[in-house]
Design a protein around this ligand. Structure first.
Ligand code: NAD
Length: 248
C-alpha cells in the first residue's frame, strides 16, 4: 500500500517548481491531488500527468491572496474529491529591493501572496479537518526566515511570519489530530531562484557550505514525511533542507 492511499491533497503553486514536485510525489504515493495556481494552463498539464498515474487530479485557477477565489477554489476541490486531508501552502513569488528603495506595492504583494495566502487557504480547509479530526497542513517557508538576506526583507519577513503562524496554529489544532508544520528550504533550482539577479544568486551560493542550489526532489520528500504517518509526531516544527546555509 502506498503511503498516501485514500488521501486528498491540495498543493498551492503546484504548477511548477517545488509545488509540482510535491504534487507528483504525493500522487505517486497514492494521493488525489488538486493544484491551485494562478497559472491554469501549466497546472492543467501537471494534473493531466497525475491522472496518467491513475490518480484523480484537478487544476483550479486561484490567486491564493484572493479571499473569494480561495473559497470558491477549495469548494470546487471538495465537490470533485470530497474532504481535504492535506494542504500544502506553497504558492510563492520573489522580488528584490533594498528596503530604502522598496515600493509599498512590492512589500504588500509579498505579504499578500505568502502570508495572507497561507492564512486564507488554511482557514478554508480547517473546518473540515477539525470536524473529521484528521488533517495535515504543510507551510513552505524559507531559510531566509531564519537568516535574512539583503534585498529580501519583505520575503524574509513573510517567511518568518509563516513560521509564527505555523507554531501558533499548532497549539489550536493538535487536539483535533491535525498537525501543522513548516519547511524552510535553502536556494532551490526553480524558476523562482533562476529569475533572481545574478549577483544575488552568486552571493547566496558562495555562502552555502555545499555551494550549490538544492533540487526540488530534495525538498518534496520532506513534505511527504510531514504528510504521512511517519511524520505524525512533528508539530509546529520547521524542517530545514538547506544545504547547510542555516544549521539548526
Ligand atoms: N526556489 C527557492 O530557492 C526557494 C527557497 C525557499 C523557499 N521557496 C518557496 O517555495 C515555494 C515554491 O517556490 P518555487 O521555487 O517552486 O517557485 P516557482 O516560481 O517555481 O513556482 C511558484 C508557483 O506558485 C504560483 N503562484 C505564484 N503566485 C501565486 C498566487 N498568488 N496564487 C497562486 N499561485 C501562485 C506560480 O504560478 C508557480 O506555479 C515558494 O513559497 C517559495 O517562496 C523557494
Amino acid at each position: 500500500m502506498a503511503k498516501l492511499d485514500g488521501n486528498n491533497a491540495v498543493v498551492t503553486g503546484g504548477a511548477r517548481g517545488i509545488g509540482k514536485a510535491i504534487a507528483l510525489l504525493f500522487a505517486n504515493e497514492g494521493a488525489n491531488v488538486a493544484i491551485l495556481d494562478r497559472d491554469l494552463q501549466t497546472a492543467q498539464e501537471v494534473a493531466k500527468g497525475i491522472r496518467e498515474l491513475g490518480r484523480n487530479a484537478i487544476a483550479v485557477e486561484v490567486d491564493v491572496g484572493d479571499e473569494n477565489g480561495v473559497a470558491a477554489g477549495l469548494q470546487e476541490v471538495t465537490r470533485a474529491f470530497g474532504d481535504i486531508d492535506i494542504l500544502v501552502n506553497n504558492a510563492g513569488i520573489d522580488t528584490t529591493s533594498h528596503v530604502v528603495d522598496m515600493p509599498t506595492d512590492m512589500w504588500d504583494e509579498m505579504i499578500r501572496v505568502h502570508l495572507r495566502g497561507t492564512f486564507l487557504c488554511t482557514r478554508a480547509v480547517l473546518p473540515g479537518m477539525l470536524r473529521r479530526c484528521r488533517g495535515r497542513i504543510i507551510n513552505i517557508s524559507s531559510q531566509l526566515a531564519h537568516k535574512g538576506g539583503a534585498e529580501m526583507a519583505h520575503y524574509s519577513a513573510a517567511k518568518a511570519a509563516i513560521i509564527g503562524f505555523t507554531r501558533s496554529l499548532a497549539y489550536e489544532v493538535a487536539e483535533y489530530n491535525v498537525t501543522v508544520n513548516a519547511i524552510a528550504p535553502g536556494p532551490i533550482d526553480t524558476d523562482l531562484f533562476r529569475k533572481l539577479p545574478e549577483h544575488w544568486r552568486k552571493r547566496k551560493l558562495a555562502e552555502i557550505p555545499m555551494h550549490r542550489p538544492g533540487t526540488v526532489d530534495e525538498i518534496a520528500p520532506t513534505a511527504l514525511l510531514l504528510a504521512t504517518d511517519a511524520g505524525g509526531y512533528y508539530l509546529g516544527a520547521t524542517l530545514n533542507p538547506n544545504g547547510g546555509d542555516v544549521m539548526i
